[in-house]
Design a protein. Structure first.
Length: 186
C-alpha cells in the first residue's frame, strides 16, 4: 500500500516545479513565431531618392520582440552626391531588433533597429568598409495571420568611413521603407 507514496510525492514535486518558471534577465520571453520580410526602402539625398532593397528573417519572442539578421543593397549609383558630385552606392547587413507593442491589434506601432557592417562603393571598383546604424519607427497592418504590411521611417547613420571625397553626412540620410512580412505566430 505504501508504493503509491513515492509516485504521488514525485508528481506533486513536479507540478510545483512546473508552476515556478525560471527567472531570466529579459523576464518571461518565450519563442512565439518565425518571420521573414522583404523591404523596399527610399532614401533622401538632396534631390535624389535611390531605392535600397533587401530583407530580413528571424524569431519572434512573446509576440513583442523580434531578433534576426537582414541585408540591403542600393541598386544604382547615387549620381549627385553632396560632396563634389561623387557617385556612390551602399550595401550593408546586420542584426535586426524589432519591438511590436500591441501586435495582436489590426494596426499597431513598430520600432526597429539595425546595426552591422557595410560598404560604400565608388566607381572604378573602389570601396570602403563602414558601420551602419539604422533606427526606425512606424505602423504595421495585420492583413492575414501570415502576412503583415508596414511603413516605417528613420535615419541611416553611416560611420567609420575613410573615403576622403565623402563625409559621413554625405552618405547618412533619412529613409522611408515599406515592409512585407511573411511568417506566423503561435
Amino acid at each position: 500500500m505504501r508504493f503509491w507514496i513515492l509516485p504521488v510525492f514525485l508528481l506533486l514535486l513536479w507540478t510545483e516545479a512546473a508552476a515556478q518558471r525560471e527567472q531570466t534577465i529579459f523576464g518571461d520571453l518565450r519563442l512565439s513565431g518565425v518571420w521573414g520580410a522583404y523591404n523596399f526602402n527610399m532614401s533622401f539625398y538632396g534631390n535624389e531618392v535611390p531605392n535600397i532593397q533587401g530583407g530580413y528573417g528571424g524569431l519572434e519572442f512573446s509576440r513583442l520582440l523580434f531578433m534576426g539578421w537582414g541585408g540591403y543593397r542600393q541598386r544604382d549609383f547615387l549620381q549627385n552626391g553632396t560632396a563634389g558630385d561623387l557617385p556612390f552606392k551602399l550595401k550593408y547587413n546586420g542584426f535586426v531588433l524589432g519591438i511590436t507593442p500591441w501586435g495582436k491589434k489590426i494596426i499597431h506601432p513598430r520600432i526597429g533597429f539595425l546595426v552591422g557592417p557595410g560598404r560604400v562603393m565608388l566607381p572604378g571598383d573602389r570601396s570602403d568598409r563602414v558601420r551602419v546604424l539604422k533606427p526606425s519607427a512606424g505602423l504595421e497592418l495585420n492583413v492575414f495571420q501570415v502576412l503583415r504590411l508596414g511603413v516605417e521611417g528613420g535615419y541611416r547613420f553611416i560611420t567609420r568611413q575613410d573615403v576622403p571625397e565623402l563625409s559621413t553626412n554625405d552618405t547618412s540620410a533619412p529613409f522611408v521603407q515599406i515592409d512585407i512580412r511573411f511568417g506566423f505566430s503561435w
